[in-house]
Design a protein around this ligand. Structure first.
Ligand code: AHM
Ligand code: MG
Length: 283
């Protein structure tokens, strides 16, 4: 696993360099979710594939920017599912973006995720790594090296509310829930990049990030294998909760296709319990 984490550190530095120096425009291709790919999406995907392709413990790669599963080493133990540049449409307005990695052993489903990582490309490059049974570890890069900052623990209750999706298409009970938190004094924090938005909630003690099912996207927008499950793991390891709209743990998701999405909610305990009550899925 250390080899994989070291490789993530190396690709983070390269992707950060690409963000800072390369063309921010669109390529002439679409990804398998039908979204136009930016040149930076394609480049970041290439950087990651090149870095992992000769590592023998890596069985396969699954990328937001690739259609299917890229088989690498038959005897490898791990499949790495990744979003090479999440929130990439924010790069041209100079907001933070990120990379997300889920490392799975065996069949691609939540319960087989063994480690997660994400990188935030902001004013500084930051990295969070998580393995089973331990608090997530927060690192910050300086001169190309990642220095350990601290373990991450969520408070029981936070102050931040990050509500995703188009409000026009929210269910009434979801709007009631979001409005209820604001009425309690929660502050809106939503950049449109799940990596910096979830990172902020983790580091500021707590709150909730939601991306619900909506009338136009009943299964939400965020992809299970490389966005939802990796962050679900990190929030649980930090002492919070990660559930879907039925109140089920996101770690219990079993995708039927690499690009399946799910409604998703990540937060500290108070807010996720309030969400369960609002959705009528208390357990
Ligand atoms: P992407 O992987 O194509 O960049 O899309 C994922 C992003 C997330 O970072 C973010 O939470 C979400 O899309 C924002 O969507 P919306 O603008 O619908 O709120
Ligand atoms: Mg993404």
């Amino acid at each position: 696993m250390q080899t994989i984490f070291d490789t993530i550190k190396k690709v983070a530095i390269k992707i950060d360099h690409a963000i800072k120096t390369e063309d921010l425009g669109y390529s002439d291709s679409e990804n398998s979710s039908g979204e136009d790919q930016l040149k930076l999406d394609v480049k970041s995907d290439y950087i990651i594939e090149e870095a992992f392709k000769d590592i023998s413990i890596v069985k396969a790669l699954v990328s937001e920017e690739k259609e299917g599963i890229l088989a690498l080493h038959e005897d490898g133990n791990y499949t790495i599912c990744y979003d090479p540049l999440d929130g990439s449409s924010l790069a041209d307005v100079n907001l933070s973006v990120g990379s997300i990695f889920g490392i799975y052993a065996g069949e691609l489903k939540g319960e087989n995720l063994v480690a997660s990582a994400y990188v935030v490309y902001g004013p500084r490059i930051e990295l969070v790594l998580a393995v089973k049974g331990e608090k997530p570890q927060h690192y910050r890069a300086q001169d190309g090296l990642f220095n350990f900052i601290s373990e991450i623990t969520l408070d029981e209750k936070g102050k931040l509310n990050a509500p995703g999706g188009t409000q026009q298409n929210w269910a009434d009970h979801h709007k009631t829930f979001v409005d209820g938190l604001f009425a309690e004094g929660y502050r809106l924090r939503y950049s449109g990049g799940m990596v910096p938005d979830l990172h902020q909630i983790l580091l500021k003690g707590g709150g909730i990030f939601s991306y619900p099912g909506t009338t136009d996207k009943p299964n939400g927008k965020l992809r299970q294998l490389f966005e939802v499950i990796p962050f679900a793991f990190i929030y649980e390891q930090a002492g919070g909760q990660s559930i879907n709209d039925k109140g089920l743990r996101l770690m219990d998701l079993v995708p039927t296709h690499p690009h399946d999405t799910s409604p998703c909610f990540f937060g500290s305990n108070y807010e996720v319990n309030a969400l369960k009550a609002a959705y009528g899925v208390e357990n």
